[in-house]
Design a protein around this ligand. Sequence first.
Ligand code: 5HU
Ligand code: ZN
Length: 191
Amino acid sequence: MANANNSNGQEQTNGNNKDLNTKREDYLEWKDYFMSVAFLSAQRSKDPSTQVGACIVNDENKIVGIGYNGMPNGCHDDELPWSRTGDWLDTKYPYVCHAEMNAIMNKNCSSVSGCRIFVALFPCNECAKLIIQSGIKEVFYMSDKHKDRDYMIASRKLLDLAGVKYQQHIPKQRKIVIDFDSINERHPKKP
Ligand SMILES: O=c1[nH]c(=O)n([C@H]2C[C@H](O)[C@@H](COP(=O)(O)O)O2)cc1CO
Ligand SMILES: [Zn+2]
């Protein structure tokens, strides 16, 4: 639908009024932004069942590491299994690197000590160990859907003992759409 504009500088885009003279209020708040980066990164995952992303942020709100679940570097992901069931060696589990591990290993600074990590899924016990050892102080997660599994109980035990805080992130915006065409929207001509 074409955009129309009214006399007080308001543009109507598909029925929504947009005031082009006043600061936006519906911009992404920091935590929604970091969680969105984690979710976007998860879109790189080749895992057919669960795509997980992680984003590490320092105390200046700067992103210092991003990762998603995938096979280790140099191990071609066509040569390793992606299945969930069957002989353990024929499943993905012994091979795949978790998103948290990749985010920590991909860090672009010398240390992630004191940082926060934003993850789609509550970290497993192995990732909890990495989080603790790397000095990350806080975990924000979206889903805790495996919370009753033993490895999650172990994970919480480790995080609690080490004093790593964790909390579910409740996003202000439940759905964020990336529309590559939106940048081509034209605004009314300046007077
Ligand atoms: O914290 C995690 N981070 C992470 O990257 N993963 C990955 C490993 C697997 O590729 C996938 C889990 O697969 P599945 O849901 O099919 O068991 O998610 C799984 C967890 C477990 O919470
Ligand atoms: Zn893990």
